[in-house]
Design a protein around this ligand. Structure first.
Ligand SMILES: [Zn+2]
Length: 338
């Protein structure tokens, strides 16, 4: 851990909860400073990544802050530290530590490019608030319960996920009404989203994404050995992997993924697009997992999670990892039915 991570760990409220993915939640200290009432439902969350990154996100007032080694301490992180009770002198000291790290950081090309990668911050559709809040029903007054909101919760559960597996959003107004919104985060900021229609209506998905973006990078915990790469956001959420949102991986995306410095494993859907994803994996020298599911109708990771649960699915994926290029090419043929 770097000095900033250590300081954050010490300063956080003692009452906290940690998910297996490494997300630590606690009563958010930010809300009262942002015109919201004090959080008592552990809606503040922080993630410490192995690359030294810190990402903070509040699911109550929406405050975000992050630290990336090699960069200076941001104003937002300084404020967060102060709200956690860290004295000014200590914040100043940490600012200097960040500068030292900046000077010392041994940069290889990947990390360098990853650091330079920025995405434009986006605003979510009007009225969008975390699904968890709507789920508390109180936010629904005075309009009453929205049938489609129940549909959204059912949609998530049917996919073998929990409503709090991701910061899903919902709105009761505007053109995104009745759509389950999946925000795209990058270093704590919202940089896009995809919104799936609940109930009848088209288009099924409305997506606002930026070139080179990789979904769920922020949630790649520091203690992970693997980084699983899939195509779609729900598949990524299912196994805490990242999604490239297409079957054609761009160089910027590959750089961002490589900068995690994990064992990168592509898990393809069993279809034509999946095959293209594997061809990309070969190009970037990544491993590929070819899990054989007991039921032949399982075509992607999320379907496997729905049917067998997360642990079995992950075991199968890990046991089916192939890293040798020649073997990947051979397995590919039978896997995609050639
Ligand atoms: Zn807050």
């Amino acid at each position: 851990m770097n000095p900033i991570q250590i300081a954050m760990t010490t300063a956080l409220p003692a009452k906290r909860k940690q998910t297996p993915s490494g997300w630590i939640s606690f009563d958010a200290p930010c809300c009262v400073h942002n015109g919201e009432s004090a959080d008592r439902r552990k809606r503040g969350g922080i993630m410490f990544n192995g690359d030294g990154t810190v990402s903070y996100h509040c699911f109550n007032c929406g405050y975000t802050a992050s630290y990336v080694p090699g960069r200076t301490l941001t104003y937002k992180l300084r404020k967060l530290l102060a709200w956690c009770g860290v004295p000014d002198s200590e914040v100043t000291r940490l600012g200097l530590e960040a500068l030292k790290i900046k000077e010392l950081t041994d940069v290889n090309d990947n990390i360098d490019i990853a650091k330079e990668t920025t995405f434009e911050t986006k605003t979510l559709p009007s009225g969008a608030r975390p699904l968890m809040e709507w789920h508390d029903w109180k936010a629904l007054e005075p309009t009453g319960i929205d049938e489609d909101l129940i549909g959204a919760v059912e949609y998530i559960l049917h996919r073998g996920l929990m409503v709090d597996d991701y910061n899903f959003m919902w709105t009761c107004e505007g053109s995104y009404k009745s759509r389950l919104i999946i925000p795209f985060y990058y270093q704590g900021d919202i940089v896009g989203y995809t919104a799936r229609k609940i109930g009848n209506g088209s288009p099924k998905y409305i997506t606002d994404s930026q070139p080179g973006y990789v979904f769920n990078l922020d949630n790649q915990g520091w203690d992970r050995h693997f980084c699983f790469v899939v195509e779609g956001p729900l598949d990524a959420i299912s196994i805490d992997g990242v999604a490239v949102l297409s079957n054609d991986i761009k160089d910027t995306q590959a750089t961002l993924i490589n900068s995690l410095r994990r064992h990168i494993v592509v898990v393809p859907d069993i279809d034509k697009a999946g095959k293209e994803l594997v061809e990309n994996a070969i190009k970037y020298n990544w491993s590929v997992s070819f899990p054989e599911w007991p039921d032949a109708d399982i075509k992607d990771v999320n379907e496997a999670v729905q049917k067998y649960g997360r642990i079995y699915t992950l075991q199968k994926i890990v046991n089916a990892i192939e890293s040798n290029e020649v073997k990947i090419k051979i397995k590919m043929k039978s896997y995609f039915g050639e």
